[in-house]
Write a protein that binds this ligand. Structure first.
Ligand SMILES: [Zn+2]
Length: 265
């Protein structure tokens, strides 16, 4: 096959590759190598054709492998993001639907992690594993967190529309007091919490802000102060989701780094 025809054939193969950065990269490299191979072959063009085919095949395989990796990393990141968003929105989700939605999103993260592990890049896998552990933590705390946060916003909305500290409306006062108690709950010792539990129950019931079922669930959560401050955060802080954000950024950095490194190799 004359060199011109060969190069046309190579170009024809290359234009069928999707016009992504990766494809452009391989196209450039493969064309360069094909040209080199053609020149180097010199004595026989069939040898050059074999070499071109071999390079094309290697490039194709590497391209496919990279595309699979990229898809696995993207899918994992998307699944983790969906879980974090679900956890964030859970306090506003009807109570009966919370667990089902949460389980589904958490399973998707575990499945997506398996594909990342198959891509077989140690550093990326380790980073993904760290992010998944935070997803697990979010999942474990999400239901208690939702009960707590949803109750806090309901109580806050039931505060006195004027000044709760000087108000004498029983429901406004007790909503305010219950809210204050819950905010301080994580810093109490076990005995102090036990001593205040009845008082908290009275305030919650007197506020009339929550249903009997919501009060029962909240008291159940308040029985243990484990991870309380992580769940409750603060007015603007949300430690669980902030930590998720940090580990997510680290994963993106490592995964993009790994993909780019191979591209430049
Ligand atoms: Zn009032």
């Amino acid at each position: 096959m004359p060199v011109e025809e060969l190069m046309t054939a190579v170009a024809a193969v290359l234009v069928t590759v999707p016009a992504t950065l990766v494809a452009a990269h391989w196209a450039r490299r493969s064309a360069d190598r094909a040209a080199e191979a053609t020149v180097a072959a010199g004595q026989g063009q069939s040898a050059a054709a074999v070499e071109v085919a071999r390079i094309q095949e290697l490039a194709g395989r590497a391209y496919t492998r990279d595309a699979v990796r990229r898809a696995a990393y993207t899918d994992f990141l998307r699944a983790a993001d969906v879980l974090a968003r679900t956890v964030g929105e859970l306090p506003g989700t009807p109570q009966a639907e919370r667990k089902g939605i949460l389980d589904q999103k958490a399973t998707a993260v575990t499945e997506a992690l398996a594909a990342v592990a198959l891509a077989n890049e140690a550093e990326v896998t380790a980073s993904a594993e760290a992010l998944r552990q935070q997803c697990d933590r979010l999942e474990r705390l999400a239901l208690r967190r939702a009960v707590l946060r949803s109750a806090l916003s309901t109580l806050y909305a039931a505060w006195c529309p004027r000044n709760p500290e000087v108000c004498d409306h029983q429901q406004h006062i007790t909503a305010y007091l219950a809210h204050e108690q819950l905010c301080a709950w994580g810093s109490l010792g076990d005995e102090e919490r036990w001593a205040q539990l009845d008082d908290l129950r009275d305030n919650l019931e007197d506020s009339g802000a929550l249903s009997a079922q919501e009060v029962a669930q909240l008291l159940d959560v308040a029985n243990s102060a484990t991870h309380w401050n992580a769940m409750i955060g603060g007015w603007v802080r949300d430690p669980l989701l902030e930590r998720f954000g940090e580990l997510r950024a680290a994963f993106v950095r490592v995964a993009c780094g790994a993909l780019e490194e191979r591209l430049a190799a």
